[in-house]
Design a protein around this ligand. Sequence first.
Ligand code: UDP
Ligand code: MG
Length: 139
Amino acid sequence: MVTNRTFTMLKPDAVEKGHIGAILDKITASGFRIVAMKLTQMTTADAKEFYAIHKERPFYGELVEYMTRGPIVAAILEKNNAVEDFRTIIGATNPEEAAEGTIRKLYATSIGENAIHGSDSDENAAIEGAFHFAGREMF
Ligand code: UDP
Ligand code: MG
C-alpha cells in the first residue's frame, strides 16, 4: 500500500525553457522529498498509454506530440498528504486560472503546455510511478 506519495513530470516545455532547477527548488522547499527521479523522454506509445484516459478528448493528439517532443523529468515525491498538497502547489490546469505563486502560474504557457504533471489520486500516483520506475508493475 502506497501512502503519502505522488508522481510528477516536469514536462518538455519546462525542460526546454531551463526551469528544472527552479521547479525542483520550489518542490523541495514545499516539503516534498524526492524518492526517485530521472531525466527521460517518452515514446509515442508511452505518452498514449500514460494519457489513455484522455484518448477521446480533442486535445489527445496534441498532448501526445507535446509530451514526446523532448526530455522530461519524472519523479516520485513523498510528503504527508502528497497528492492533494502537490496539486495545490502546481495550480490549476489552465495557468490563467492558477493561483499566484503556483508552478503553473509561474512557468506554464497555456492549458496544453502547462509545465508540470501531478497525480490526481493515491491510486494513480502508484500506477504512474510504476509506469516510469518499475516496469509498469503496481507497487
Ligand atoms: N490538456 C490540454 N487541453 C485541455 C485540457 C488538458 O491540452 O483542455 C492537457 C494538459 O497538458 C493537461 C493534460 O492534458 O495537463 C491532462 O489533462 P488533465 O485534465 O488531467 O489536467 P491535469 O490533471 O494535468 O491538471
Ligand atoms: Mg489529470
